[in-house]
Design a protein around this ligand. Structure first.
Ligand code: DC
Length: 230
């Protein structure tokens, strides 16, 4: 059967990973959460003295990039979890500490080059749903389906806040809101591969949509592309 590449980009905390994964499972495609890869590099930086006085030591991190090996492994429920140098770090990469430094780490061209190459290899020769910020613009500019997901900053901060509370993190809504806004700014204004909508991407604003609605919109788009109807 004809397989396609599905690129899902958009702002942070739009819930794109959840719906992208749901779609991939449903149509039997590989799902890749590229944000998890940038987060794992950030965790590595934190663990290896590459963040000094609240600042990312770019040169130090670039020097150590060769020591970073990333892969994904499915857990008992079939969800792919990220492995950093042989260790499952899926939980550790979701903390606010990692969220605070991940955007500056993702501005480093050498980091992006390494991860983009790995992402392109992962998507070769099979159906893939990949989510991130630059999938439709840089990683797979020829993807058959490109979606750009967004929602209002308030809705996104509330979602992220609820998620962190659920996980037992003691944090205020204001802190989360600030982090969401700051990441938007850094992600959209960085020089290398800024977050921007690909010209041929379909925009989904999910501020007022539940997960089921989003899934059905996405599934219909995917079915049309796979059948070659669009
Ligand atoms: O999707 P996420 O919030 O887990 O992503 C974490 C950060 O990684 C985000 O602030 C921007 C960066 N990122 C990126 O620059 N390019 C990608 N393809 C994916 C994520």
């Amino acid at each position: 059967m004809h397989t396609i590449t599905i690129a899902i980009d958009g702002h942070s905390s739009t819930g794109k990973s959840t719906v992208a994964k749901e779609l991939a499972d449903y149509i039997g495609y590989l799902y890749v959460d590229t944000g998890a890869m940038y987060r794992a590099v950030t965790l590595f930086a934190l663990q290896n003295g590459c963040i000094i006085d609240d600042t990312v030591d770019e040169a130090g991190l670039i020097e150590k990039l060769g020591n970073i090996e990333l892969s994904f492994q499915k857990n008992a429920e079939g969800k792919a979890e990220i492995i950093l140098n042989g260790k499952n770090v899926e939980k550790q990469i979701r903390t606010l500490e990692v969220s605070e430094y991940v955007s500056p780490v993702a501005t480093i061209s050498e980091v992006r080059k390494k991860l983009v190459e790995q992402q392109q290899r992962m998507g070769q020769g099979q159906g893939v749903v990949m989510d991130g910020r630059d999938i439709g613009t840089v990683v797979f500019p020829d993807a058959e389906l490109k979606v750009f997901m967004t929602a209002s900053p308030e809705v996104r901060a509330q979602r992220r806040y609820d998620e962190l509370l659920d996980r037992g993190h003691a944090i205020s809504y204001e802190e989360v809101y600030e982090n969401v806004m700051e990441r938007d700014t850094i992600d959209s204004t960085r020089e290398d591969s800024p977050l921007k909508q690909a010209e041929d991407a379909i925009v989904i604003d999910n501020s007022e949509m539940n997960q089921e609605d989003q899934f059905h919109v996405l599934l219909q788009l995917a079915k049309d592309r796979i059948a070659g109807r669009v």
